[in-house]
Design a protein. Structure first.
Length: 116
């Protein structure tokens, strides 16, 4: 039974074997370089996602603080002013919900990005 390691080393000694070895080594280098770029991209994406999570969380907290004041203005106002305050309150609630959704999806993406 032939020794595969010896056969491989003999093939490397030939011109054809050297070319194959260089081709394999070049391919390995390319793949390693791509992994490095991919890791760099993952790190950049994770940093962007962290910024999104932080911004969405801050905006959500700000809106949550504003909601009680907007609700009381809507309750105490009369007529068209009441409608305007009520619309402002509903807009703030909608924005707060959207921020919460953005925060949640960005947080999930961040967890996935960190685990790759």
């Amino acid at each position: 039974m032939p020794n595969l390691t010896t056969d491989f080393l003999r093939s490397l000694a030939s011109k054809k074997g050297k070319d194959q070895f260089q081709a394999v080594n070049a391919a390995r280098s390319r793949v390693h370089g791509q992994l490095g770029r991919t890791q760099k991209h993952r790190d950049e994406n994770a940093a962007r996602l962290e910024e999104i999570v932080t911004a969405a969380d801050a905006r959500h907290a700000d809106l949550q603080k504003q909601l009680p004041g907007l609700a009381s203005k809507a309750e105490s106002a009369q007529g068209e002013e009441r409608d305007a305050h009520h619309r402002a309150y509903l807009d703030a609630v909608t924005q707060a919900n959207q921020c919460a959704q953005i925060h949640g999806s960005a947080k999930r993406e961040l967890i996935i990005a960190r685990n790759l």
